[in-house]
Design a protein around this ligand. Structure first.
Ligand code: NAD
Length: 311
């Protein structure tokens, strides 16, 4: 496993890392012992960075991750969680200082730790960005001063919203998802800005939250039918070549050295083990060229997320 510096934090994170949303059963029903084993496989094989949120499985992912981490020495992992998002509807977002401050303590309790390494405002495009800048981030900085979190970050889908915050106030990290993978590399355009502001870059969802998999995207997936169909054609092409789109997708997500780490999610220990093995193998350049050609019609085509003005 290769390790890369996360911006100016001084943290060295594994280039492939573990996203725990699957532990909340967000893709399909999951088994708790399998979930716990998945976390242990990730750590045993060199992954040192884990990301979760109270939103995933409506606190279930944090609870299960906490159980998995109970037997692991605290210095063995770098842990990130989030504040501000607590459900699917607009009313389930709350970026106010009192709510995010209380949320931090709730997460620490569920995770069974006295601090996290990174606390992130979750899906900022659903909030009023001026509140995120003027109230949420300062509240998270207070939590940092109190020793509850070592660093402060933001997460979201629209790159314009991430950029607005980064240019307005100092931020340690951003987490961008579904914008650096086989079908979408738009995050690349934001990298010069992020480097200028010395922001650590976390990429998430190398399988496009299921788009780039043989199982296909879950029902709730926000991508258009055109994106889903084109990705399914790319998956079928890999199958016909005796290869796996998942492998190509994981490997491709790790190809940009400016991206410190890519979070992949699963609650299946065998899949996690495979993902790590793939991360350490060279990419099949011929298959890659074929798949990129199939995906070209939907390249960098995303979907709206959050408030209209933040897209
Ligand atoms: P992903 O692209 O990692 O895809 C997850 C899906 O792929 C799951 O259904 C999983 O079972 C499947 N999968 C994983 N490895 C596989 C393998 N080897 N073979 C077959 N299928 C495999 O999407 P994700 O889980 O949404 O993203 C990863 C993590 O990134 C999340 O858990 C979360 O921590 C983070 N994330 C954060 C945000 C945010 O902050 N807004 C958004 C998206 C993701």
């Amino acid at each position: 496993m290769l390790y890369r510096s996360l911006g100016q934090t001084g943290l060295k994170v594994s280039m492939l890392s573990f996203g725990a949303s699957s532990l909340g059963g967000v893709f399909h029903e999951v088994d708790e012992p399998d979930s716990i084993r998945t976390v242990h496989v990730a750590l045993e094989r060199g992954i040192n960075f884990m990301d979760v949120s109270p939103f995933y499985g409506l606190t279930k992912a944090e609870i299960v991750l906490g159980k998995a981490l109970k037997s692991i020495a605290r210095e063995k992992y770098i842990l990130a969680t989030k504040v501000g998002r607590y459900g699917h509807a607009m009313k389930d977002f709350n970026f106010s200082a009192p709510r995010v401050t209380a949320s931090m303590d709730e997460s620490l309790k569920r995770l069974g730790v006295d601090h996290v390494d990174l606390i992130q405002a979750h899906d900022i495009e659903f909030g009023d960005l001026s509140q995120v800048i003027g109230e949420t981030i300062p509240a998270l900085r207070k939590l940092q001063k109190a020793g509850k979190a070592r660093f402060v970050g933001i997460t979201g889908l629209p790159l314009t919203a991430l950029r607005t915050i980064v240019e307005a106030t100092p931020i340690d990290t951003i987490l961008s998802y579904c914008r650096f993978g086989l079908n979408d590399t738009a995050l690349t355009d934001l990298i010069p800005v992020l480097k200028k502001h010395r922001v650590g870059i976390i990429n998430a969802s190398p399988l496009g939250m299921g788009l780039l998999s043989n199982r296909g995207a879950p029902n709730w997936h926000p991508a258009s039918e055109a994106i889903k169909e084109t990705c399914a054609r790319a998956a079928a092409h890999c199958r016909a070549r005796g290869a796996s789109i998942e492998k190509l997708a994981v490997q491709y997500s790790l190809t940009n050295p400016d991206i410190a780490t890519t979070l992949v999610g699963t609650a299946n220990p065998k899949e996690m083990d495979q993902n790590i093995t793939w991360a350490n193998e060279p990419i099949d350049q011929i298959l890659l060229a074929e798949v990129l050609a199939i995906l070209k019609p939907v390249h960098n085509v995303s979907w709206p997320s959050g408030r209209q003005e933040n897209n």
